[in-house]
Design a protein around this ligand. Structure first.
Ligand code: ZN
Length: 257
């Protein structure tokens, strides 16, 4: 009887990923739109289903459009934000908060603006594209939590600051805007120190997230990818899971015991 020493022959990808998580002293998760799809939030990059196939992003998601035609901006974004506010985290979000609670995950870096990692119980969350949690006055800087924004709309459908009558803008990064510097710096530091970067539901193609796995690899860390569809980092990944994110992370948790 022959005995195989090849671990790939006897373990599933989810078990191998669980092994990497166990071995790693510093695991960081990097998440994109794919982790929120099971919560009913469409990935705008998915062909045919995308948000941007119905509207021109330069008219509803560009900082110039916000300032030039604030009424049209909010006509589109007010119901969208209302839709996002009602969404609930799914088991993939909860799997990551569970890993953090067990001391197996340092932080989550996310491209998503939907707050679902925080809702799922994750404590260390770096939102590199901002979030819908707050909106701010573009004149005086006053900040309003999401549940107070609805009361700021005037009869034209524009959110107006009660203090200075300036325009109020959601604290999400629009096209044409700079990324939040402190969040980017924190994300970069986390990725440089990570022994394992666990990428979930991201095509890893959109800046700044596209550059982060390189930082982990350059510092000698490993990459694990849990995403449907190809990414530019597939060849560099130690393990690659391409099933549904909720199923895959459930299998990883099960393998961790
Ligand atoms: Zn103001």
């Amino acid at each position: 009887m022959s005995v195989t020493n090849d671990p790939e022959a006897t373990t599933t990808p989810a078990q191998r990923l669980a092994g990497l998580v166990r071995e790693s002293a510093s695991t960081v998760a990097l998440t994109g739109a794919g982790i929120s799809v099971p919560s009913g939030i469409p990935d705008f990059r998915t062909p045919g289903k995308g948000l941007w196939t119905k509207v021109d992003p330069m008219k509803v998601a560009h900082i110039d459009a916000f300032h030039r035609d604030t009424k049209s901006f909010w006509e589109y974004d007010r119901p969208r934000f209302g839709m996002l506010a009602d969404k609930e985290p799914n088991s993939a979000h909860r799997a990551l908060s569970e890993l953090e609670a067990r001391g197996l995950l340092v932080a989550v870096i996310t491209q998503n603006i939907d707050r679902l990692h925080g809702k799922a119980g994750s404590r260390q969350v770096v939102e590199v594209h901002g979030s819908i949690a707050t909106s701010s006055c573009t004149t005086c800087g006053a900040r309003f939590p999401l549940d107070e924004v609805e009361a700021l709309f005037d009869s034209d459908g524009v959110a107006v600051c009660p203090g200075c009558v300036g325009k109020v803008k959601p604290d999400v990064v629009l096209f044409g805007e700079l990324l939040p510097e402190s969040a980017i710096r924190r994300a970069q530091a986390l990725c440089q120190r990570a022994e394992l970067l666990l990428c979930v539901g991201s095509s890893l193609e959109v800046y700044p997230v596209a550059g982060l796995p390189e930082l982990t690899l350059d510092a000698g860390g490993r990459l694990a990818i849990v995403t449907q569809g190809p990414t530019p980092y597939d060849a560099a990944a130690t393990v690659r899971l391409d099933g549904d994110v909720t199923d895959e992370l459930a299998a990883v948790l099960a393998a961790l015991g």
